[in-house]
Design a protein around this ligand. Structure first.
Ligand SMILES: Cc1cc2nc3c(=O)[nH]c(=O)nc-3n(C[C@H](O)[C@H](O)[C@H](O)COP(=O)(O)OP(=O)(O)OC[C@H]3O[C@@H](n4cnc5c(N)ncnc54)[C@H](O)[C@@H]3O)c2cc1C
Length: 560
């Protein structure tokens, strides 16, 4: 049996780790106030695996024998638990469905190759048998991009890259590393940092997502302001297609027509299996600091982030939360540590006396990396901009709290589901000139939908990932669905108005979660019908038989 570790079949992360509120004194009151859930009442439990009815594997003898010949007997599994783990990602629809045992189509086998030759043998065998192949990295996607189509009649094989997790070489003169696609964030960073290098790519899902998954979904990490999105970081690749391998050498830039590298990035497994990539790596920085600031309101925070993005400072992180997310952050602080003595001991009172409306205060984090002199100079530039927009510096204590909490927050979704509530995210990017409008219309649309459903709902937002011309807005929403109505239907209703408001106000369907099946209905509005024609033409030319992860990336009615 393989030794690849997997996330929980029913939720985020690994068994034994969960979100707890007992050490966060303000959290229960916050949740009761915002979404009407009483945390003094015991929560439910996720189902046990025995309660789930798993459809039997349909793997035939011939294909089974070829797969075993390709990767070895122990690396092909038809185990029920493994097949369920490989059925869904970690989007809200996925979590609700898997907990409900809603498994219309489960992969018939999970295959774990050890190297590119084995990937080639598997891809060739699957396509020759007219079966379906779905690449699997960490299974952390949040857009429905690896679930077999419900009515798929053909055999479905999940190709798990988890054994291919090594840093193969570092070209120190060029700042490039060649890394196997199945490496999880911690695997990769540990191998790089022991040699003094870092990729700097840190999505919130870092612990449970892989290089191949990042590439296939166009991921972005929280330090993208410095290190770039995965599309910037990835310089070369090897991609297995039936009977051939696309080889893209690492180049700083090239004039070879439309970029094949860019075609693969974001292709969600439909243009083949990425087996390894050359990525930019950087020397581990001498110092790293995250400093917290407060703004009197959201508009001031947005204006300051826009100004920082064109200033002489080059921070690694630029992030500002709206007033709701600021309240949430304060509600999730622990009893003893606090967001800093300053806030705990009356800073807000001082601000109130200065005329700040405390309902509108917005918390911001700015990250800095590099030598002492560089960081000092950048802090000075940023400090002046923040001051100009009425903000104040809170300091390093709350900043380091952000660093500690960043990988814990994802567990809250399971905590809420155990209590019958939905908590999920939707994110977009838009030019600076449109961000205010995207924000306002999205919050308004979500609140109108909560009211229509008759549920207490909460929506909060932060700006992160700044670029020259705009930034990402990341919304989190939560509500307890009305017990008389379809649970997922209500989720869809809220998610739909949020996504539509992104497009209507000039944003994209997603800044870094990809298209998948969840966002595909907005693709034509986002890139135009003619743009979708180009994409469909590309997918169709590469995979006429729809053997490579069919159903994701484009709307259903554009499938061939
Ligand atoms: C709590 C939470 C927080 C998140 N935070 C972030 C964030 O900060 N930034 C961000 O960018 N994303 C984030 N995500 C989304 C998710 O982690 C990313 O989409 C990630 O890139 C998926 O990587 P994975 O290895 O888990 O891919 P998977 O989920 O396994 O697969 C995703 C898609 O990529 C394809 N694929 C995987 N590996 C390969 C390969 N080797 N070759 C070809 N295709 C492949 C799959 O077929 C599928 O279509 C978050 C998700 C959750 C649940």
């Amino acid at each position: 049996m393989t030794d690849v570790e997997h996330q929980k079949w029913w939720g985020w992360g690994v068994e034994g780790i969960a979100f707890h509120h007992e050490d966060k004194p303000a959290f229960a009151g916050f949740v009761l106030d915002k979404v009407g859930i009483d945390l003094t009442q015991p929560g439910g439990e996720p189902p046990t695996f025995d309660e789930i009815d798993v459809p039997a594997s349909r793997l035939g003898d011939d294909l089974g024998a070829q797969l075993r010949a390709a990767v070895g007997d122990h690396q092909v599994s038809t185990d029920d638990m493994l097949r369920v783990v490989h059925t869904y990602g970690k989007g809200m629809r996925d979590l609700v469905r898997v907990r409900a045992g809603d498994l219309p189509r489960v992969p018939d086998a999970v295959v774990y190759p050890a190297n590119e030759d084995e990937v080639r043998a598997v891809v060739d065998a699957v396509v020759a048998a007219d079966a379906v192949l779905i690449p699997f990295g960490g299974g952390s996607n949040i857009s429905g991009s690896l679930t077999p189509q419900p009515h798929e009649e053909r055999t479905v094989i999940s190709l798990d890259l988890g054994r291919m997790n090594r840093v193969l070489e570092i070209d120190e003169s060029s700042g490039l590393a060649r890394i196997q696609a199945g490496g999880l964030g911690p695997d990769i960073e540990e191998q790089l940092t022991t040699r003094g290098w870092t990729m700097g790519h840190q999505p919130d899902s870092f612990k449970h997502s892989t290089l191949g998954g990042w590439i296939a979904t166009r991921s972005s990490g929280m330090q993208s302001d410095k290190y770039g999105d995965i599309a910037d970081i990835t310089r070369g690749m090897r991609v297995v297609l039936p009977g051939k391998v696309v080889e893209l050498r690492p180049l700083p830039s090239t004039s070879t027509g439309p970029s094949v590298r860019e075609m693969i990035i974001g292709s969600e497994g439909r243009l083949g299996v990425v087996t390894e990539a050359w990525v930019n790596v950087h020397r581990v920085p001498e110092n790293r600091d995250v400093i917290a600031y407060l703004f009197p309101n959201w508009a001031a925070g947005l204006a300051a982030m826009a100004e920082i993005s064109t200033s002489d400072a080059a921070p690694t992180i630029t992030r500002v939360s709206d007033a709701n997310e600021t309240t949430f952050s304060l509600a999730t602080r622990k009893a003893s540590k606090g967001i800093s003595g300053k806030v705990g001991e009356g800073l807000f009172e001082v601000l109130r006396r200065r005329g700040w409306d405390l309902e509108k205060v917005c918390l911001s984090y700015i990250g800095y990396e590099g030598g002492t002199a560089k960081i000092r100079a950048e802090k000075s530039v940023v400090g002046k901009i923040i001051g100009k927009h009425g903000g104040i510096r809170l300091g390093r204590g709350p900043g380091s709290l952000y660093d500690q909490k960043k990988f814990d927050t994802p567990y809250i979704r399971d905590f809420l589901l155990d209590r019958g509530a939905i908590g999920d995210v939707s994110e977009t990017a838009a030019p600076w000139s449109k961000l205010g409008q995207v924000y306002t219309t999205t919050v308004r649309a979500a609140r109108a939908k909560f009211a229509e459903l008759g549920v207490p709902g909460f929506i909060m937002c932060h700006l992160s990932h700044s670029y020259h011309s705009g930034a990402c807005l990341y919304f989190t929403f939560a509500f307890p669905p009305n017990a008389d109505d379809d649970f997922l239907g209500q989720y869809d209703a809220v998610k739909t108005v949020i996504q539509q408001s992104f497009i209507d106000a000039g944003g994209t369907l997603s800044h870094h979660h990809g298209v998948g099946t969840d966002h595909a209905p907005w693709l034509e509005q986002d890139i135009s019908e003619a743009g979708t024609d180009l994409m469909v033409g590309l997918l169709r030319a590469a995979d006429p038989g729809r053997n490579l992860n069919p159903g994701t990336l484009i709307p259903d009615h554009r499938e061939w």
